[in-house]
Design a protein around this ligand. Structure first.
Ligand code: CTP
Length: 408
């Protein structure tokens, strides 16, 4: 941990006393540790304690020293490689989830664009309150890592979930952030969302893709240390932070153009976009007016982007998706072979909890050598991690040249 800069934010909960040990352990492991406290936190532990432990001044007030005002929140945000908030109160989670910046700690967080690790601790009912849970979901979706509270005796005299994990566990999580990342030095191209094929300036042909799966893959690859280019069609979700490039497109033709532009410079492509197979042959330049009882639109085939990449592929890893409604394995296998992929992620979109518009997926991975991996229902974020781990395995262990022997 030598040379790592860690900023600990302490908010007003009784568990603040345990964070003294967290600061002490991190300091002993060689990290530079600074502490920020909310005013309420100082009711539980004195700033002097953290000062003595870390050897650094403790920041509490936004406008503490008018004579030496140096925009403390920006200086602190610039200092840190990682911010750890422990304990995080329900009030703090609510403020952070909604971008409120009314003290030094919340303002610093808004000015910080790197890793944030949060350890909530509070009464069980407060933790389980839908407001708190909704705030945690918002933060998770933004890529903030939340440490699950432990269960046990709480300071308020009740027993349940809400205890701050032990200092040793919190420090282990912090160390994980700085461990070598499985995709360090690698560049990934991820496509996501659905393409939009114009009928006229007002209407289009689209599909039910929400973009969630691809955005989670991009997020997970970024966390694993990769530079990530995300090319996205229509999507319902916010792109993750920290992308190398985020390119928004509409049509399959435009997606192909952008994908081909980047293909030579990437180590792997994960093609999770729902690309329309057909587009309107002659989109109308003006809005089509209603007249005849029937209207016929002529469609022409779009290029198959992934198949084209399969033909161009040199060392790149290629991952495809197959959203099917029947004969899942057979159809997915066919795509794996025809598109020259390293593996394909297949799912039956007719099953509840899999496919479009939901936060979960039920997937099967089919490998080039015929191996099949099946996964239980899991969040798209968790499946994204599995996919990213497998891409990293292929890239790091150089397994990528094994022969194509799919024979199902
Ligand atoms: N794909 C692509 N370009 C297309 C169509 C699909 O790159 N024009 C990619 C998708 O991003 C996905 C994989 O190919 O990774 C399989 O897509 P899917 O729509 O399931 O299969 P298709 O090949 O289009 O076959 P079909 O629609 O007949 O099932």
């Amino acid at each position: 941990m030598r040379g790592k800069n860690i900023l600990i934010g302490v908010t007003g909960g009784i568990a603040a006393y345990k964070v003294v040990e967290v600061a002490s352990r991190l300091k002993k492991s060689g990290a530079n540790v600074k502490v920020m406290m909310t005013r309420h936190a100082t009711e539980f532990v004195s700033p002097r304690t953290f000062h003595e432990i870390t050897g650094n001044a403790v920041s509490v007030e936004m406008f503490g020293d008018a004579a030496n005002f140096n925009v403390a929140h920006i200086a602190l945000a610039n200092f840190a490689d990682l911010i750890l908030i422990a304990p995080a109160t329900a009030n703090f989670l609510a403020k952070m989830a909604h971008g409120i910046a009314d003290d030094l700690l919340t303002t610093t967080i808004l000015a910080f664009d790197k890793e944030i690790l949060i350890a909530p601790a509070m009464n069980t009912k407060m933790y389980e309150n839908p407001a708190t849970q909704a705030n945690l979901e918002i933060l998770k979706a933004r890529g903030v890592k939340i440490l699950e509270p432990a269960s046990g005796n709480l300071a308020c005299g009740t027993v349940g979930k809400g205890r701050l994990p032990e200092p040793k566990e919190i420090c282990a999580e912090v160390e994980k952030f700085f461990a070598d990342k499985i995709l360090s030095g690698k560049k990934l191209l991820v496509t996501a969302g659905g393409t939009v094929e114009a009928i006229d300036p007002v209407r289009y042909i689209g599909n039910r893709s929400s973009g969630r799966m691809g955005y989670e893959i991009a997020r997970s690859a970024g966390k694993a240390g990769a530079q990530v280019v995300l090319i996205s069609g229509k999507s319902e979700v916010e792109p993750p932070s920290g992308l190398e490039e985020f390119i928004k497109i509409e049509s399959a033709i435009k997606m192909r153009e952008e994908v081909l532009k980047h293909f030579d410079s990437v180590d792997a492509v994960v093609m999770s976009a729902a690309v329309a197979d057909y587009r309107i042959k002659n989109p109308a330049a003006q809005k089509i007016k209603k007249s005849a009882e029937t209207l016929t639109l002529e469609l022409v085939k779009n290029p198959d982007i992934l198949k084209e990449l399969g033909g161009l592929k040199e060392n790149q890893i290629l991952v495809g998706f197959a959203a099917e409604t029947q004969n899942i394995l057979e159809y997915a296998n066919k795509k794996l072979v025809e598109k020259n992929l390293d593996f394909i992620v297949a799912n039956d979109v007719t099953i509840e909890g899999a496919g479009f518009g939901v936060p979960t997926n039920i997937a099967t991975i089919i490998w080039r050598n015929g191996d099949i991996e099946t996964f239980d229902k899991m969040s798209k974020a968790a499946l994204a991690e599995k996919i990213v781990e497998r891409v990293a395995d292929l890239l790091n262990k150089d397994k990528k040249f094994f022969p194509l022997t799919v024979n199902h």
